[in-house]
Design a protein around this ligand. Structure first.
Ligand code: NAP
Length: 374
């Protein structure tokens, strides 16, 4: 039984099923149904593949019947349902029989709230991959109390940006319940953004009135200061790299949601920031059988309390591809009761962070150095 009490139970076959519409939700010969909104997108496709790989039955949701039909054409085992975030009834019908839902449809300023509402009505967990700071703030503010009261779990930003940094910070901080500063540095070799990333950036930019945002003094602060360029000492083989400081990512929402810390900074390799803002920015190109690009990453999370710094570092390949095991691992943990809380919770608050990262060792190489004096 999961912590929320009424979402999931284990069948005699060791399969997890959701109580409620038993006929639709339980099939002893196959894994649970997990709905994916935005299944036709670049990230959604990785999530669908990861679900299949782990024995779940992905239920493809999207707004375009044609795009869904094209995706399931040669895959009779896949089921797809058309739904619109503007039509709550269509979302309810689409989620019927699902044990959980993963939202990969950005901009999340548009899709998150209607789908969370539908997940709460369906009494199933909700996980999204939103990198939009304001949308993630909205999710905590609008649904925290209601999700907790319902015993439900809603996990926003369960992805490369937001979720992974939070798992690293939570791993690094260990037994600290407060810190003076958190800095997450992103060492991306390049960044070829998807259309969804560019759309999300444009929506967030408009919501900020073109201003920049940072987390300082224990709150989000909007400003017009130029971004500083720093040198960041990533571990070998990447080594020291120029980074744009205060290149603010979703970690400024996820980390302070459960760690008492006044300053959270995120930095991005200058080369990746330049790729992202280039007028001719191009989409990622698959170079391996799993559809991953040649992009590599190192994420270096440092947590300082006084003069002691704790650190956790991961490296891996393709920020979009690695989002799939992060989101699906979260769903798996929720459906098997390996959660720490209810309500709206970030990855670090919802799960055992070191154990979560260890479970993804096929995708992420984790290194936790000894404490350092700074
Ligand atoms: N936090 C992270 O690290 C992280 C990682 C990966 C992705 N993301 C975010 O996830 C989102 C998707 O990224 P992507 O790479 O998959 O982009 P993408 O390839 O452009 O796909 C976008 C998907 O969202 C769907 N969509 C957009 N607006 C919708 C709406 N109003 N209703 C229903 N579906 C809608 C699209 O459906 P159609 O096919 O109908 O257009 C498509 O399936 C972006 O916001 C991106 O920033 C975040």
């Amino acid at each position: 039984m999961c912590q929320s009490g009424h979402w999931a139970r284990t069948t005699s076959h060791g399969m997890i099923t959701v109580m409620g519409d038993e006929r639709a939700r339980e099939d002893s010969s196959q894994g649970p149904v997990v709905a994916v909104l935005g299944a036709t997108g670049h990230t959604g496709r990785f999530v669908v593949a990861e679900l299949r790989e782990r024995g779940y039955r992905p239920l493809l949701l999207g707004r375009s019947g044609d795009r869904l039909a094209a995706m399931v054409q040669d895959r009779p085992d896949l089921e797809a349902r058309q739904a619109s975030v503007d039509d709550p009834g269509s979302l309810d019908r689409a989620l019927a029989g699902a044990a959980a839902v993963i939202n990969c449809a950005g901009p999340f300023a548009t899709t998150a709230a209607p789908l969370i509402e539908a997940a709460l009505r369906a009494v199933i967990p909700y996980v999204d991959v939103a990198a939009e700071i304001e949308a993630n703030v909205d999710t905590f503010a609008r649904f925290g109390d209601r999700a907790r009261a319902a015993g439900a779990l809603v996990v926003p930003a369960m992805a490369f940006f937001g979720g992974l940094g939070d798992l690293l910070v939570t791993t690094a901080k260990g037994d600290w319940e407060a810190a003076d500063e958190v800095h997450v540095a992103y060492g991306l070799s390049s960044w070829h953004p998807t259309a969804g990333t560019l759309d999300a950036g444009a929506v967030s930019g408009r919501r900020r009135g073109g201003r920049r945002v940072r987390f300082a003094g224990g709150r989000l602060e909007y400003h017009d200061d130029p971004l500083p360029t720093l040198k960041w000492a990533f571990p070998a083989p990447l080594g020291p790299q120029p980074v744009l400081g205060e290149f603010t990512m979703a970690d400024v929402v996820t980390v302070p949601s459960h760690l008492d810390v006044p300053v959270v900074r995120t930095s991005m390799t200058a080369v990746a920031a330049a790729d992202l803002s280039a007028p001719d920015a191009s989409a990622p190109v698959a170079v391996d059988a799993q559809g991953r690009s040649d992009q590599t990453f190192v994420v270096d999370a440092r947590v300082r309390s006084g003069r002691v710094e704790r650190r956790a570092v991961v490296s891996g390949r393709d920020i979009y591809a690695v989002t799939a095991p992060l989101a699906v691992e979260a769903v798996e943990r929720i459906l098997t009761g390996r959660t720490r809380t209810t309500g709206v919770a970030s990855a670090g608050a919802a799960f055992d962070a070191p154990d979560f990262l260890a479970a993804l060792s096929d995708h992420l190489a984790l290194h936790v150095p000894l404490d350092a004096q700074v």
